[in-house]
Structures are given as structure tokens and as C-alpha cells.
Design a protein around this ligand. Structure first.
Ligand code: DOR
Ligand code: ZN
Length: 489
């Protein structure tokens, strides 16, 4: 081979969803130039000896909350993407429940600019899909990775669209081919439950679980699947927390609905038995559930019902997580930095293979979000997004040492086996020997430019509904509104 490389990684074991094989990787201009025998590699400016290590495609975490703009004391795009780099994560998709929410083209453009200045890793931005933002969908669709729709209330108090508005939203998004990620918890059920708990004087951590039983999620997943089937919209079920959600997910997949799903470490490794010990620290939406849900969730990953492992990285301050009244505790905790070590610990224990892990953490999200084969795989032509991992390295999760500004997790003190030592994004070290490469701040780029989606196949679309997005906006007394929406008030 004649071309020269910037970096050659020698001696490591490359992992794909199907195989582990010892080969070298040559990288030039941020892209993988060649994978093959060491003797066949071109000359390089630098070499990395990865003997005894595994070379994984960097994690694509399709669900993080980096709080920027709006909550700088919880996280910002620099600290969040630094945490990602330490977790072997090379691409993150950031949620829209920031202040202001990412629901207009102007706000989205400002967020893109901010993220490009601060990001250590590549990113995609979600656009908010709510009753008031449907009219912005065609414009937002040009630069988002996908849309986020909140079927139920959670941190940020984003209003929940009615089922009618959700159908309209799906009709409009279906035409764009973008995927809608759903916070699938039905608001009207949990609102009533929470009121009953509060009226009964319950302020203990388990009251949170009692206010959001699994039927909250089951009803939402089923309804979302019906609307997706009707409209042809592509959907992704976020943070699957219960065994009961698997049936509507499986059935929808069997019917041919373009529906995918993810679960997160909190639902695999924590259970209702932990509320006594962790109290508000494990308050998260959907809630950590009864232990009997854990095995079916692992099994659903294994059989492909659940496609992706993500984190729902949701940082908050210590004070916001340790209040006595459970209803005043902010929901969620950080996870982007700890997901890989926790999952690799299960690989070490023999629960699943390293190939499985790469499928759920990199290859599947890359395919689902239209980034494959530019991302999610180690092969010639792909971006050199790589986690170099020591599968035998032991580590103890220590909140105080996390990159996230949120220094409180229920995973504190957990002993893990398997740790990323280096993380490369498009050929550049962003984390090296467990140290942040400070100069990599601002290296991250939005991946919407490389997203390639199959042609949309909208169905049952009512033209009079999709026409609302074509009406010119007019200034109303409370700001901008379409004639359609003004008529509804
Ligand atoms: O617990 C949660 N926290 N669940 C969510 O859906 C949102 C997240 C957040 O933004 O804090
Ligand atoms: Zn979330």
C-alpha cells in the first residue's frame, strides 16, 4: 500500500457484531484507510501498540441530556462530551429539553453553533416535536438527527401532545423520513396516580414507582405503534424499563412497523429493591422497576426485540437529588461515562459476548439513525471512531472522579471489569490513557450531514393536516401562530 497514514493501531483485536479478529487499523484524514495484516499497513506518522487490547467501534449513545443551554450547573456540552469521551462514546444525540427547548429553527441553529464550539465528540441534535412545533418540522428536519416527542411529563415539563396532535405530528414527520424518539409514558395515567399518592401523604421514593406502573409505558408504546403504523412514521422507543412493554414492541415489529427500541443500564442493573438504599438518587423516568423485569430486558436485547443500549444520561446537582420529599427530587442521573464499563463487566461474566455489545452500542444505532457504514463499524471507509479497550482492567466507579458536572450516581462504588483506555473521534484522540485531550474541545461535528435515510413511505396522510405546515406564519397577540392553531384557541 502506498498511501501514508496518520496513525496505525497494531496488535489489537477488532470487534464487529459477528467476529473478533486480530488486525491492524490504518487511519488517514479521520477515516479508516485499511484494516489488515500489520505487514500490509502503510507507513504512519504515529503507531499505537494495542497488544492485548480490543478495538471497538466507538459507542453511539442516542439518548443524552447535556443541558446546554439552560442548566450550566448540571452539565454543558463540554463536560457532557468529555464524559462521553471517557466512556468510549464517540457520537451522542442530545435531547431537546433545554432552555429554551429545541423547537424552532433559530433555537436549533444557536444550539448547533454552541455544540460545535464545545463538543469533544460528534453529536446529533433532536428537535422537539410538540403541539406548538409541528409547523417547524420541515425546517427543523434539515439539521436534526431526529425528533423527540414527550408522551408524558418528565424533567423540563415539556407539554404532552394530545393523541390527536401526536397523529398530526407523525403525519408531518413521516414525510421527512426522520425518526421520532418517544418518551413513552402516558401522562393522564401517571398524573392521576401521582395526585392520589400525594393526597395520601406519600413522599417516599417508592411512591414514585407506584405513580408510574408499567401500564403507563405499555399503553404509550402500544398507542405510538398504532399511530406509526397508520402514518408510516419511523419511531424509536426510548428507555424501555419493563418486560410488559416488550409485547407491543414485538407485535409492532412483526406487523412491519418501523419501530426500534432501547434500554439503559438503570433498568438492567437496578431494581425496586434499591429504593431503600438510594432513595431519590435513583428517581428517574421511567422508574427503576421490580427485579423480575431485568432478565426479560437482557433477553430482549439478545433476541433483537430491543435494538440499542443507550444511557439517558440525565445529570443533576447533588442537592437536587437528595431532597427528602421524592416529588421535589429531579429525575435522572449521569450514565454516558459508565455504560461501557458496566456492560463490559457482563461480558467478563459471560452473560453476553463482546460482539453482542458492539451490535447494541454501535452497529445498531448507526443503522437505525442512517449513519452506517460511516459510523458504527471498523472497516475501510468508515470514520475512525474507535474505543481502545482493556477487557481485563478493573475500575471502581467513583462519582467524585466523573467528568460530568453531576457527581452523584447510584453506580458509585460499583466494581467493573473492562475499561476504554483511549477514545478516537475521526482519527483524533479525544481521551488518551484515561486523560482528556483538552485540545479536542470543539472537534465534535454534527452528524446530520452524513445521515442517509431510506425513502419515506408515508401512509394515510390527510392533506388538510399536512397543509398546516405550509401556511405562512402570522404574528398573533402572543407571538407567532398559524391560522390553523389560532382557530383552535
Ligand atoms: O429521568 C429522566 N430525566 N427522564 C427523562 O425522560 C428526562 C430526564 C432529564 O432530562 O432529566
Ligand atoms: Zn431522556
Amino acid at each position: 500500500m502506498s498511501a501514508s497514514a496518520d496513525l496505525v493501531i497494531n496488535g489489537g483485536k477488532i470487534v464487529t457484531p459477528d467476529a473478533v479478529f486480530e488486525e491492524s487499523v490504518a487511519i488517514a484524514d479521520g477515516v479508516i484507510l485499511a484494516v489488515g495484516a500489520e505487514s500490509a499497513m502503510p507507513s504512519a506518522r504515529e503507531t499505537l501498540d494495542a497488544s492485548g487490547l480490543h478495538v471497538l467501534p466507538g459507542v453511539i449513545d442516542d439518548h443524552v441530556h447535556f443541558r446546554d443551554p439552560g442548566y450550566p450547573h448540571k452539565e454543558d456540552f463540554a463536560s457532557g462530551t468529555a464524559a462521553a469521551a471517557f466512556g468510549g462514546v464517540t457520537t451522542v444525540f442530545d435531547m431537546p429539553n433545554t432552555i429554551p427547548p429545541t423547537g424552532t429553527p433559530e433555537i436549533l441553529a444557536a444550539k448547533h453553533e454552541m455544540a460545535a464550539q464545545k463538543a469533544h465528540v460528534d453529536f446529533g441534535l433532536y428537535g422537539l416535536l410538540g403541539e406548538d412545533t409541528i409547523r417547524h418540522v420541515p425546517e427543523l428536519a434539515k439539521t436534526v438527527i431526529g425528533f423527540k416527542l414527550y408522551m408524558g411529563n418528565t424533567f423540563g415539563k415539556i407539554p404532552t401532545p394530545s393523541t390527536g396532535a401526536m397523529l398530526e405530528a407523525f403525519e408531518v414527520v413521516a414525510a421527512t423520513g426522520k425518526r421520532v424518539s418517544l418518551h413513552a409514558e402516558t401522562n393522564s395515567i401517571m398524573e392521576r396516580r401521582e395526585t392520589r399518592m400525594r393526597d395520601a401523604g406519600r413522599v417516599d421514593p417508592l411512591a414514585h414507582l407506584a405513580s408510574r406502573p408499567a401500564v403507563v409505558a405499555v399503553e404509550a408504546v402500544s398507542r405510538a405503534a398504532i399511530l406509526a403504523e397508520w402514518t408510516g412514521a419511523r419511531i424509536h422507543i426510548l428507555h424501555i424499563s419493563s418486560a410488559d412493554e416488550l409485547r407491543p414492541l414485538r407485535e409492532a415489529k412483526a406487523r412491519g412497523v418501523d419501530i426500534t427500541g432501547e434500554t439503559c443500564p438503570q433498568y438492567l442493573f437496578l431494581s425496586a429493591d434499591d429504593y431503600g438504599r438510594f432513595a431519590g438518587v435513583i428517581r428517574v423516568n421511567p422508574p427503576v422497576r421490580e427485579k423480575r423485569n431485568q432478565e426479560p430486558l437482557f433477553a430482549a436485547l439478545a433476541d433483537g426485540t430491543i435494538d440499542v443500549i443507550a444511557t439517558d444520561h440525565a445529570p443533576h446537582a447533588i442537592e437536587e437529588k437528595t431532597r427528602n420529599d421524592i416529588w421535589t427530587v429531579d429525575c435522572g442521573f449521569p450514565g454516558v461515562e459508565t455504560q461501557m464499563p458496566m456492560m463490559l463487566t457482563e461480558v467478563a461474566a459471560g452473560r453476553f459476548s463482546i460482539c453482542d455489545y458492539v451490535r447494541w452500542s454501535a452497529a445498531n444505532p448507526a443503522r437505525i439513525w442512517g449513519l452506517y457504514p460511516r459510523k458504527g463499524v471498523i472497516q475501510a471507509g468508515a470514520d475512525a471512531d474507535i474505543a481502545v479497550v482493556d477487557l481485563s482492567r478493573e475500575w471502581t466507579i467513583d462519582d467524585a472522579k466523573l467528568q460530568s458536572l453531576s457527581r452523584i450516581t447510584p453506580f458509585h462504588g460499583r466494581r467493573t471489569r473492562g475499561l476504554p483506555l483511549h477514545t478516537l473521534v475521526r482519527g483524533r484522540f479525544v481521551m488518551r490513557e484515561r486523560e482528556l485531550v483538552a485540545a479536542a474541545r470543539g472537534w465534535g461535528r454534527s452528524v446530520h450531514t452524513i445521515q442517509q435515510l431510506p425513502a419515506p413511505t408515508p401512509r394515510n396522510i390527510d392533506d388538510t393536516i399536512t397543509a398546516i405546515v405550509r401556511f405562512p406564519t402570522v404574528a398573533g397577540p402572543t407571538g407567532h401562530a398559524t391560522p390553523h392553531q389560532r382557530g383552535k384557541r
